[in-house]
Structure formats: C-alpha cells, structure tokens
Design a protein. Structure first.
Length: 194
C-alpha cells in the first residue's frame, strides 16, 4: 500500500521565467547538490545578444554542468541545459533536444509554453515544471498540459516575485502542486526522487 503513495520518480525538471527570474536562479543554483541525477532545462526570455552570458553566470554558481542546449543533445542527469536565445526548445521521445525557429509565442522565442508542452508529452508524470517571475503569461498554457499528463506544477509565490504577473496567471489557470518562495526551491529540487 505504501508503494502507491510514493512520489513518482522525477525524470526531468523544466524551469521557465522572464523578467525577475534571473535573481531566483542565482539564489537557487548555488544550493543545488552536486550529485543531482535529474536533468534541468531552463527557458528564460532574453535578447539574442546575451549569447553565453547566462550559461557562464550559472556555471560560476553551481557544481552542476551548465550548457547552452544544442540540436540533438541527449539529456543527461546532473546537467543543466539552457534554451538558446531566439530558438524554441523541444524534447524528443528519445530524450534529445530539438531547436526550432518557428514563430514567437506570447511574443517570445524561446517560449516556455512550447518547452513545457513538449516535455509533458515525453516525461508525463515524471516531469516537474517550475514557473518563475515574469511579465507575460508565457508558461500558463504549457502548465495546463503538464497537469493533464500528471506532471507536477510548481510556481513561484507571486507575492515574492519581482514581476508577479506570470506566476499570478498560472495560479489562476492551473492548480499548482506547490507555491514556493525562491529560498525554498533548492531544497525542493534536492529532495526530488531521481
């Protein structure tokens, strides 16, 4: 009986955010355990000129390997994949990354919705999606799909977000599994069964 109550194994984590989300990432990543066995994908809205700045910045704050996602990269535990500027990031059934240059969604490319939906279809109940601070509703439609596939939905507490609009819209449209302050996120991620 106890088996049925256990939390499902986490196969992947996708973190999405826009304005104000970098502060959260810089708080969370130094506290992530070095032996984390779960791949993490980060989708943040940024300008094309920012190139590898985000990758280098996060790599300097964590023991995990941080990479700019590349076409056909196979997702591996303990690695962080950052969606490149101006490309949508999708996950294929074989857990490889696919990059797409189709039209912007919610004025954004990469779109958080696109990655959340793609990951939900592949990882189903094994997916954890975290939506951070932001000033538009990108990610909300994707979280509905994550919910439908049995994945776990976590949103940043809108009351503590620099730009509360994105997590507020998510909390209205989707019943989140958890609402966390930024200082609680690393402990949550570290505790996920991988």
């Amino acid at each position: 009986m106890a088996e049925t109550l256990k939390e499902p194994k986490c196969s992947a984590i996708v973190i999405g955010g826009s304005a104000g989300s970098l502060d959260v990432l810089l708080e969370v990543f130094p506290a992530l355990k070095a032996d984390l066995k779960i791949p993490i994908i980060i989708v943040v809205h940024r300008k094309g000129s920012s190139e590898s700045l985000l990758t280098d910045l996060l790599q300097s704050r964590t023991a995990l390997t941080v990479l700019e996602a590349e076409e056909k990269s196979l997702m591996e535990g303990g690695k962080v994949y950052i969606a490149p500027a101006d490309y949508h990031l999708l996950i294929e059934d074989d857990h490889t990354i696919s990059l797409d240059y189709s039209e912007k969604i919610n004025y954004s490319r990469p779109s958080i919705d696109v990655t959340f939906q793609s990951a939900a279809e592949v990882f189903k109940a094994g997916l954890v999606c975290i939506l951070l601070s932001g000033s538009n509703a990108d990610g909300v439609e994707g979280l509905k799909i994550v919910n439908n596939f049995g994945g776990r939905v976590v949103i940043q507490n809108p009351n503590t977000a620099i730009m509360p609009y994105m997590p507020q819209q998510a909390s209205i449209a989707v019943k989140p599994n958890l609402v966390l302050d930024s200082f609680e996120m690393a402990e949550f991620i570290n505790g996920l069964p991988g």
